[in-house]
Design a protein around this ligand. Structure first.
Ligand code: SAM
Length: 245
């Protein structure tokens, strides 16, 4: 696994590492109102396609139950709902109350969606609860990737799949590193009035695990048949693994 100092990438470096989770929570509370529109702007609209593909990788049964970890504003839930159908259940978990407030507003008319405030590192569910679990653009924010993956694996049923979608630190798209480090904070400063938050989001990408390191992390969490791929010329990575039967 990478020895890059992931935990030292902080939304607010002056506050030190001890309260990284609280800093991340505070940052997402601050940017919740502009998160969706800025996401579309920064990814040039491509994030919906990546998310759709990631949801399909779960191979959910109709009527199944699925968990979206670090659900944020819940836009992935819009894509999961048609996969499980009207008798299925979608659970979204996040620790930012403000991000969840946007999700609650978005998903109010769906009785089969439950939104929960909780920690990705200590999921409030029994073992073997869900047919699948997904984390999208969340894993690079948690303080322990192995613990987050172990928790995901614990709550899915044997044979269930878990998926990670996130940015990739080794893009092959020319200019991408420049875009992450220089352009994103400017966009974040202009539209979210929060260049610090978007500086963190860029830096956390550049310090994040590579696709092969993530594949190894899935295997260490106990997954089998782990597959890893990149999208958009290596700007985004996607992993899928199965809990052994
Ligand atoms: C970049 S957003 C991703 C939102 C959404 N999944 C998406 O794909 O657009 C990351 C989310 O992870 C949440 N988060 C980060 N660490 C967390 C943790 N330890 N437990 C729960 N949520 C966490 C943040 O509050 C934020 O809403």
């Amino acid at each position: 696994m990478s020895n890059r100092p992931l935990s030292s990438v902080l939304p607010n470096p002056e506050q030190g590492e001890a309260n990284k989770a609280a800093q991340v929570q505070d940052m997402f509370n601050r940017i919740a109102g502009t998160y969706d529109s800025l996401n579309t702007c920064i990814s040039m609209g491509f994030h919906k396609q990546w998310k759709k593909l990631a949801c399909q990788k779960l191979q959910l049964p109709a009527g199944g139950a699925v968990l979206d970890i670090c659900t944020g504003t819940g836009d992935l839930i819009d894509l999961l709902l048609p996969l499980v159908g009207p008798t299925g259940q979608v659970e979204g978990l996040d620790f930012s109350e403000k991000m969840l407030a946007v999700a609650r507003h978005r998903l109010a008319r769906h009785p089969n969606v439950t939104l929960v405030q909780g920690d990705a590192l200590a999921l409030p569910y029994p073992d073997n609860t869900f047919d699948g679990a997904i984390i999208s653009f969340g894993l690079r924010n948690v303080t322990s990737i192995p613990q987050a993956l172990a928790e995901m694996q614990r709550v899915i049923k044997p044979g269930g799949r878990m998926v990670n979608l996130d940015t990739c630190p080794t893009p092959k798209l020319p200019g991408m590193a420049f875009y992450f480090s220089k352009i994103m904070p400017i966009i974040g400063g202009l539209f979210a009035q929060d260049p610090q938050a978007y500086r963190y989001l860029s830096e956390s990408t550049l310090h994040f695990l590579t696709p092969s390191e993530l594949k190894a992390a899935f295997e260490q969490a106990g997954c089998v048949q782990v597959e890893s791929q990149t999208l958009m010329l290596g700007s985004v990575s996607l992993q899928v693994g199965q809990k052994p039967l």
